[in-house]
Structure formats: structure tokens, C-alpha cells
Design a protein around this ligand. Structure first.
Ligand SMILES: [Mn+2]
Length: 275
């Protein structure tokens, strides 16, 4: 493969689940990706910084600084950068509407593509609870659905206060290998429903580390994937079309092979789930 020497220019780039502060973060690949991909707007779709991991064990090698510096430099040069926090960087959820170093923090946003289509942009973790209880909630109706999401948010706050990590859908789904595909499909369906409720054409999210672009009954579902395993990003072209980019290389050709699952304590919930 011929080396790419010029940066590609996009209207928008979407990146999520970098997990800076976790040993699994592929910062060298992401840095290389950011070197060769420019955009008018970059939207960080959550779990960029792994706050849980950092609270346990401070791990912040030069690569993490380099990624942050690279993003701040792009912001200084005129790229609009929006940071939508996820569950691993939920400490930022307390600062919606604030700016730091030219980066805006927003809980969620509606992205209007160049072709006029509208996309809801969210990290997606709030729908874990809906995925786990889909059938029950469908039976109980709208009020239960809204209540379940509210309880999930409250539960996350309590767990955070007592030092437990957020219950992770993705880690759980991965452990349930046999059922993982079902749960990914269920997550996609639930998130697409949320887009429908917001009267938009599609949804762009992260969280489950499964990059894909597909149609879910007329709603465009786009997942940006992650920079822990798959090293993917989603780019919007000047005409409003989207492409999924996989970037597993760097100029330094440093191959990292650290793979680890999120160290979450999910035994209680697993016990209840495992029938
Ligand atoms: Mn997440």
C-alpha cells in the first residue's frame, strides 16, 4: 500500500471510545489518523478519556498527551470541536455548554449534514437499561421507558459515589459472546427508536465498540466504533455522504498488542441476567 502523504479533508469527523488512560488505547494509530484527516468539525462521541481507569490507577503516557495536544492544536487552527461525554468520561456531563481550550462540551447534539439530513449524536450508554429490559418496557409503555432511563442515570451516580464503575453494556455483551450479536442488534434498534422520537433521519453513536453504518427501518444508524480494538472513525464528505474509516497503522509502525477487557464488577447484574 502506497503511503498517504496528504491529509484528506472532510466536512465532519466523528470519533469515540478512545479510552485515553487505559493501556488498550491505540494512541499511536489515532495520532496518525489525525495527521492524515482534517475536518471543519470534529465531534468526539464519548469515552475519549477513561476517567474510571484513571481514578483507579493513573496511567497517562506521552501518547495520551499527544492526542490531546493534537486536538487542541486543530481547535486553535479553526476546527470546531464538540465533546459529547460518555459514561467513562461522565465527569464532563456536569459541564454542558462549557468550553475548554476551544472545545465545546454538549450532552447531545443534532448534526445537520451537508445534504440537509439530521442526525442525533449521542454516546449511547443511557440505553443500556432499555436494551436489558426491552420486552418489559415495551409492555409497560412510555412512562416506564422514561422512568427506566432516569433510574439508570441515578444508579450510575450512586455507583460513582460509592466507587463502583458504571455498569458496562459492552463489557457485559462481550462476555456473553453467544448473545453479543443479539444485544448489538437490540442496542441498534433502541438507539434508532430514540432517533425516531427526535424526528431526525439518523443517529450517530459509540459506546458498544462496534463500528457500522446501516439502515434500521428508515433510520440511518451509524456507530463510530473505537480506538481500543477496531481503530475506526466516521467521516462526512462535502456532499453529506458518510464513510467508515479503519486506520490501524502509524508512521512509526509501532504495533501494540495490549488487549484487555474493561475491569468492571458486573457479577451482580450478570447473576440476574444469566438464566
Ligand atoms: Mn461507553
Amino acid at each position: 500500500m502506497a503511503a498517504q502523504t496528504e491529509a484528506r479533508q472532510f466536512r465532519t469527523l466523528f470519533i469515540s471510545d478512545v479510552h485515553l488512560g487505559s493501556k488498550a488505547a491505540k494512541t499511536d494509530f489515532l495520532l496518525d489518523f489525525l495527521r492524515y484527516h482534517e475536518a471543519d468539525t470534529i465531534i468526539l462521541v464519548g469515552d475519549i478519556i477513561d476517567g474510571w481507569r484513571l481514578r483507579r490507577n493513573w496511567y497517562w503516557p506521552q501518547g495520551c498527551n499527544d492526542v490531546v495536544q493534537k486536538l487542541l492544536r486543530k481547535a486553535r487552527k479553526g476546527t470546531r470541536i464538540v465533546y459529547i461525554p460518555g459514561n467513562h468520561d461522565e465527569f464532563l456531563r456536569e459541564f454542558p455548554g462549557t468550553h475548554f481550550g476551544g472545545i465545546e462540551v454538549a450532552e447531545r447534539m443534532i448534526h445537520e449534514a451537508a445534504d440537509g439530513k439530521k442526525y442525533l449524536v449521542i454516546h449511547g450508554d443511557e440505553f443500556d437499561v432499555v436494551v436489558r429490559n426491552a420486552r418489559l418496557l415495551a409492555y409497560l409503555g412510555d412512562w416506564a421507558y422514561d422512568a427506566a432511563i432516569a433510574i439508570n442515570v441515578l444508579l450510575a451516580a450512586v455507583r460513582r459515589r460509592i466507587g463502583l464503575p458504571y455498569w458496562s453494556f459492552s463489557a457485559w455483551a462481550k462476555q456473553q459472546v453467544k448473545h453479543a450479536v443479539n444485544f448489538i442488534g437490540e442496542f441498534q434498534r433502541v438507539v434508532a427508536d430514540e432517533a425516531r422520537r427526535n424526528n431526525v433521519d439518523g443517529v450517530i453513536c459509540g459506546h458498544i465498540h462496534h463500528a457500522v453504518m446501516e439502515d434500521m427501518d428508515g433510520i440511518r444508524y451509524i456507530n463510530t466504533g473505537d480506538w481500543v480494538e477496531s481503530c475506526t472513525a466516521v467521516a462526512e464528505n462535502a456532499d453529506g455522504t458518510f464513510e467508515l474509516i479503519t486506520w490501524m497503522k502509524s508512521d512509526d509502525q509501532v504495533e501494540t498488542s495490549v488487549r484487555e477487557l474493561e475491569p468492571v464488577n458486573i457479577a451482580g447484574l450478570l447473576g440476574r441476567q444469566a438464566a
